[in-house]
Design a protein around this ligand. Structure first.
Ligand code: GAR
Length: 202
């Protein structure tokens, strides 16, 4: 495990932890939104991938980050103690690919949020993430796709959906072009939906 700490420039409102496994463009968008908006604070970014670009983004944003492995995540209380030591109120998943363990679901009941790059309940579940989702949507000839923001429970992508936005899938769309459209929707809506949710207005 590795800790990287630095000053958090913006410390108001509910304290949010972002979990991300990869690139982290949504994590950055959330951090920049709340830094400007001031209604909440992204207090820490956690990742299960030591080489995830999201960790470089955290460093550049001046947000503390922490890496954990599977054993630490599922079999110890290290993460829960870290969350508590930072007084984290909500957990926001942004491209995080592991199932939340029961102890976190219990400690943060109704306060873990995920974004999924399709219109759930379609194209969700284990193994459905990132480009795999867009490839499946295109292969099925769907006329539309979109984003789903939902509460997290013990199953992949099955918690209560609190927001969806849609986009057309055109005949010329590729998984890559669809991913761009979906990311644009995510950047537009995820911060605002999280803002409303953590204020208690789902
Ligand atoms: C996002 O499109 C997010 O919806 C998706 O991973 C991407 C992460 O992009 N999440 C899932 O597929 C979860 N099942 P980012 O790392 O650039 O934010």
């Amino acid at each position: 495990m590795m800790f990287c700490n630095s000053l958090n420039r913006n410390d108001f409102g509910p304290r949010l932890a972002v979990f991300a496994s990869g690139n982290g463009s949504n994590a950055q968008r959330l951090a920049e939104f709340f830094h400007a908006d001031g209604s909440a604070t992204i207090s820490v970014i956690y990742s299960n991938k030591p080489d995830a670009y999201v960790l470089e983004r955290a460093r550049l944003l001046g947000i503390p980050s922490m890496i954990f492995d599977r054993h630490t995540f599922y079999d110890t209380d290290v993460l829960l103690r870290d969350l508590r030591s930072r007084s984290i109120d909500w957990i926001i998943l942004a491209g995080f690919l592991w199932l939340m363990p029961p102890y976190l679901l219990e400690a943060y009941k109704g306060r873990i949020v995920n974004i999924h790059p399709a219109l759930l309940p379609k194209y969700g579940g284990k193994g459905m993430y990132g480009m795999k989702v867009h490839e499946a949507v295109i292969a099925a000839g769907e006329p539309e796709s979109g984003i789903s923001i939902h509460l997290v429970n013990e199953h992949y992508d099955e918690g209560q959906v609190i927001f969806q936005a849609r986009c057309a899938v055109e005949p010329h769309d590729t998984p890559e072009s669809l991913a761009q459209k979906i990311h644009a929707l995510e950047y537009e809506y995820y911060p605002q939906v999280v803002k409303d949710l953590v204020k208690g207005r789902p």
